[in-house]
Ligand binder design. Structure first.
Ligand code: ADP
Length: 605
């Protein structure tokens, strides 16, 4: 229920349309009732030669002591009863059709628009979550939920909502007609009806079960086919033909049995329903005959009653089906709405300020960090300072905490304790956007979008000029290969840039970082998977990127480490030493060991 109201909140901007559609659907429902009511004058007046020409009463108007006459609904001058009834029938269907069309359109509009807003909002919420959220959440499940769950809600909010209104009002109108016509008969019929309907729903459920079983067996057949055809040699080599044949026959027999059961169930359903129908009609007729003979009822009235009863079948059936779909949709809605409730791990303070251009230093003081679901700290009491223009290299074995440390600076995560300051300002006091604007990140995983080279380099800079992109590509040693692509900068890279080699992809991401031209650079260096020529090109591109910037680099190459201003040696999340290459070689055993490994060509981290 709560979810339903939360969902309905999304329809609020469209309230006038919703109200109008409810009104229109109410008219459609009333028309259903009128169709049944019109049977009465047809049988009692039009088809009865002795009928008088008094006004044709349609219905007593509830809560008012007057009658509604068909004559009132028609223009002056039409007196002939048949003309009246004929015009009434056509008029009712005309109004019903028009209202159904417009009401259905409007209610679908409201549902679809509300789901569009919901989808946009949820995407915004998910996109703004911190990396910790994406780590915790299973990607497949997240995407499936964002696509399938929203689809379910969409169906419920559009088609089903329309049907609910349409059938709901029809149900009310038809019940009204039944009770007005003969309330005693209505009470009896409505009590008996569920007992009549029950066996048919049972058969329906069994048919569904059989269908599912048949599908399972068919899938199994396909699987055996696929296995034994593609694994044909293995089957032969092990002499398993007879065994596989037997397996196949067995499943084929199950398919046969399911199909026969389906035929039986299908074949019994119709006669059963018809039989129940016949019994009901006979009972009704027996009662009506007595009433008509006693002049308590006219044949026309009785016909109206039967028609209304038969017409009731459709709304009841539809509404019963709708309940299931709504149940599913509410489950889906719950999953979706949960994302909206998910707290943001990294929040922007309400009074956050724009970060002024970086000019002095970045300082980490007494930083500790533990991943949410981990029991061990990934960083322990880490303190250091990087001045503007310096290159700080992080060295340490794999798992030492280098990536974690780099993730704290753009606030992908917030430290568990301690403070990170840029030019004396705590990161948490800065606008996230302005902080991240001043940081460029190049990671080991090169991520390219399924778009053109140009837009991949200019990602996040929609108004940048072609020259600027070309210049960045040049500095990233990427201009040559890009120009050799079939459409140059306009070449589509395909999914994740699969058309390019690893080194080329990396140079595109370097060009992207160059174009961003942020004063602070976070670099996760890893070139282990590149051949030496690509490695040299990437190396040159990186040197261009680092020029004039403040860099924190998770270093894997001795050359990078050597040229750094300072080296921070980490182990198990704690600082082991901090200094320049030569000093560390002298005094730090871990560093000596790491350098030895690196100069032997092995890559750490
Ligand atoms: P490095 O970059 O030096 O190889 P990391 O910063 O990736 O080291 O990892 C530091 C420690 O944190 C390791 O013990 C690692 O297992 C742990 N760790 C890294 N990422 C996560 C995570 N998402 N959740 C839990 N623990 C993590």
């Amino acid at each position: 229920m709560k979810q339903l109201f939360q969902l309905l909140r999304f329809t609020r901007p469209y309230t006038p349309r919703l109200i109008l559609s409810v009104l229109l659907m109410a008219i459609v429902g009333a028309c259903h009732g009128l169709v049944a009511i019109l049977a009465e004058p047809v049988f009692d007046r039009v088809l009865d030669p002795d009928a008088d020409s008094a006004p044709v009463p349609l219905y007593e108007i509830p809560f008012a002591d007057s009658q509604l006459y068909l004559n009132d609904l028609l223009p002056e001058g039409i007196e002939d009863i048949w003309a009246l009834v004929a015009a009434g029938v056509i008029g009712v269907f005309l109004v019903k059709g028009a209202c159904n069309y417009l009401g259905g359109y409007l209610v679908n509009y409201v549902g679809l628009a509300a789901v569009r807003d919901l989808r946009n909002e949820v995407y915004g919420v998910v996109l703004n979550q911190s990396p910790a959220f994406f780590q915790k959440t299973h990607t497949g499940r997240l995407i499936s939920s964002l696509v399938n769950d929203i689809e379910k809600v969409q169906v419920a909010m559009s088609h089903i909502l329309a049907d609910l209104l349409r059938q709901g009002f029809a149900l009310v109108a038809l019940l009204w007609v039944l009770i007005q016509t003969d309330w005693k008969l209505a009470a009896v019929s409505l009590t008996v009806l569920p007992f009549v309907g029950w066996p048919t729903t049972r058969i329906g459920r069994r048919i569904q079960k059989t269908t599912r079983s048949a599908q399972d067996h068919l899938a199994r057949l396909t699987q055996i086919l696929q296995e034994t055809i593609s694994g044909n040699r293995i089957v032969k080599a092990f002499g398993m033909e007879r065994f596989e044949m037997g397996r196949f026959h067995e499943v084929a027999q199950s398919v046969f049995r399911d199909s026969l059961r389906y035929v039986r169930q299908q074949a019994i359903a119709t006669p059963l329903i018809e039989m129940f129908g016949a019994v009901t009609i006979v009972c009704l007729l027996t009662y009506a005959r007595g009433q008509i003979l006693a002049e308590q009822m006219t044949p026309g009235r009785f016909t109206t009653f039967v028609i209304a009863l038969l017409m009731l079948y459709q709304p009841v059936k539809r509404l019963a089906g709708i309940y299931n779909i709504f149940q599913q949709a509410l489950g889906a809605a719950q999953r979706i709405l949960e994302y909206r409730r998910h707290p943001h791990d990294v929040r922007e303070a309400p009074q956050a300020v724009e970060m002024p251009p970086f000019c002095e230093a970045i300082s980490f003081s007494d930083i500790s960090f533990r991943y949410p679901e981990s029991s061990e700290s990934a960083l322990r009491n880490v303190s250091f300072t990087v001045r503007r223009g310096e290159v700080l290299a992080l060295a340490g074995p794999s798992g030492a905490g280098k990536s974690t440390l780099m993730n704290l600076l753009p606030r992908f995560f917030d430290p568990s304790s301690g403070e990170i300051r840029i030019d004396g300002q705590d990161l948490r006091a800065l606008r996230l956007r302005s902080l991240r604007d001043q940081i460029a990140i190049v990671t080991q995983e090169t991520f390219l979008f399924d778009d053109t080279v140009f837009r991949n380099i200019a990602y996040g800079r929609p108004d940048v000029s072609r020259e600027a992109v070309a210049e960045a590509a040049g500095a990233a040693i990427a201009a040559d290969f890009i120009e050799a692509l079939p459409e140059g900068y306009e070449t589509h890279l395909g999914e994740r840039g699969h058309r390019l080699s690893g080194g080329q992809r990396q140079r595109i991401t370097i060009a992207r970082a160059l174009l961003k031209n942020a004063p602070i650079l976070i670099l996760d260096e890893a070139t282990s998977h590149l051949d030496s020529e690509s490695e040299m090109l990437v190396q040159r591109a990186l040197a261009n990127l680092m020029k004039g910037r403040t860099v924190i680099v998770s270093a894997h190459r001795l050359s990078t480490i050597r040229s750094a201003d300072k080296i921070l040696v980490l182990d198990g999340g704690a600082i082991v030493d901090l200094g320049a290459h030569e000093e560390l070689l002298d005094r730090c055993t871990l560093y000596r060991r790491l350098s030895k490994l690196q100069s032997a060509g092995q890559v750490t981290g």
